[in-house]
Design a protein around this ligand. Structure first.
Ligand SMILES: [Zn+2]
Length: 199
């Protein structure tokens, strides 16, 4: 939307009424022109959400407007609780990081009020040790960091998020599925996750 006098796009909404189509009274912040505009925002759609909590997940539906844009990391409300979007599947079956609601098939999310459970696989030249840790959702797994886990010290080589496999960078625990590492002799470690290992 832009001002019909000067073309400026920063507009103040003075009044708004209507549900599926909104009548707006707008004021241009540039020239002060006041004008009316009607926008069609459509009816809210029932959007399928698969929300996970630890190893369990369940399906739910939330109402969203077709032109709303959702992306990876956005917070939505599912069954009265806040959940973070961890992945979006569009109608062509692809995983995307951003999409408008009308193109979404399934939203994948996890509740924000529970810690993240992340798999750890440490590769001893072909023999894989797998564990699971429970950490704060904001904990960051950084590729290259050295982690202590009980008697084991390893360096993070790669990460698998809901979206992709990563060989550099970092990911928040909330969106990380698995951490891959190799053992190191290093005595210096950045994090000690020993007490976070699930039995
Ligand atoms: Zn204007």
């Amino acid at each position: 939307m832009r001002c019909d006098v000067c073309g400026c796009e920063s507009l103040e909404i003075i009044k708004s009424k209507g549900k599926s189509s909104k009548e707006l009274l707008l004021k241009c912040e540039e020239c002060g022109n006041i004008f009316r505009e009607t926008i069609d925002i459509g009816k809210p759609l029932d959007c399928r959400v698969v929300v996970s909590e630890f190893e369990k997940s369940h399906k739910s539906f939330i109402k969203l407007y077709p032109d709303e844009i959702l992306q990876f990391g956005d917070v939505i409300e599912v069954d009265g609780r806040e959940a973070e979007i961890t992945s979006l599947e569009n109608k062509r079956g692809g995983r995307v990081t951003k999409s408008s609601v009308k193109d979404i098939n399934t939203i994948w999310a996890s509740y924000l009020d529970t810690p993240a459970r992340v798999g750890i696989s440490v590769d001893f030249s072909g023999r894989i040790l797998s564990e699971k840790v429970e950490v704060n959702r904001d904990f960051e797994f950084v590729i290259g960091d050295v982690i202590k886990m009980g008697n084991l010290i390893f360096r993070i080589n790669s990460l698998k998020t809901m979206e992709r496999k990563m060989r550099r960078g970092f990911a928040r625990a909330g969106v990380t599925k698995r951490v891959y590492g190799k053992p190191v002799d290093d005595e210096k470690f950045k994090h000690d996750l020993s007490s976070r290992v699930l039995g």
